[in-house]
Write a protein that binds this ligand. Structure first.
Ligand code: TMP
Ligand code: ASP
Length: 240
């Protein structure tokens, strides 16, 4: 496998082509961004930390039957993945009310939800990722009814794996965001989990102290962002 030209530069990762059109290199940079790119900073060791946490989580998920794009770690900051055609929506599951849900409905952050709540957001920084429902997604042609059902099923399945994984480390998985797509070489095949699972895209609270161990440390200027990401890695047993 040979790394080729840059294809896409996102807010925290850069995607490169390879000599195989069905494989991509994901490069995790130190760039950290929040509020749809309005707040940015470089945090030392973020790229390598997230590359390793993502690899660990993706492998755990694959081991329980969640199909993912992840193939293998290539080096400190890069992983090899299958090329996907992404569905332009973000799938969020919440176990505890926080963030935009707390604001939207005026419910205190930390309110425990009797069962997980699923939400879709349309992926658009320019529009600030608006909340959308199944009909918006289907009628506007972003995904079919069966893809919508599959995304919900897989996102809940991830909760069943990751909630206990974090709980065993004394950490509450408050909420998280997933993105899905079809493999470029199997466009009619099953949806695969794409993008990443790292503390950038979820909320993790220490069970006994309620300390935030995720990107809210950056959003809310709490400091020690990467120290806490690395603490998460160490506590769940992800090698750094
Ligand atoms: P929210 O409270 O801002 O709606 O976010 C819910 C969870 O999903 C939180 O863990 C952050 C994550 N998320 C992203 O990482 N990127 C996004 O664009 C969105 C909408 C949510
Ligand atoms: N909307 C997410 C946040 O506020 C992701 C992003 O903007 O990069 O962090």
């Amino acid at each position: 496998m040979e790394k080729r030209q840059e294809l896409y530069r996102g807010k925290a990762k850069t995607v490169y082509a390879t000599d195989d059109p069905n494989l991509l290199v994901m490069h995790y940079r130190d760039d950290t961004s929040a509020f749809d790119g309005a707040k940015v900073a470089q945090l030392a060791q973020k790229g390598e930390t997230n590359n390793k946490i993502n690899a660990f989580v993706m492998q755990k998920l694959a081991g329980t039957g969640v199909p993912t794009h992840f193939i293998r770690v290539l080096n400190e900051r890069e992983s090899l993945v299958r090329a996907l055609k992404m569905i332009p929506v973000e799938c969020v599951v919440r176990n505890v009310c926080a963030g935009s849900m707390a604001k939207r409905y005026g419910i205190p952050e930390g309110t425990l939800l009797p069962e997980p709540i699923f939400e879709f957001f349309y992926k658009s920084d320019a529009l600030h990722d608006p909340l959308v429902n199944d009909d918006h997604i289907r009628v506007l042609g972003w995904a079919t009814a069966s893809e919508i059902a599959e995304m919900k099923k897989l996102t809940h399945q991830v909760n069943a794996v990751l909630k206990p994984l974090f709980a065993d480390a004394g950490i509450d998985l408050v909420d998280y965001k997933l993105e899905f797509g079809h493999a470029k070489d199997d466009p009619n095949g099953p949806l695969l989990l794409g993008d990443e699972f790292t503390p950038d895209g979820c909320r993790l609270w220490d069970r006994s102290t309620a300390e935030k161990l995720d990107k809210d440390r950056f959003r809310r200027d709490l400091g020690n962002v990467i120290e806490k990401y690395r603490e998460v890695a160490q506590r769940i047993g992800a090698p750094l």
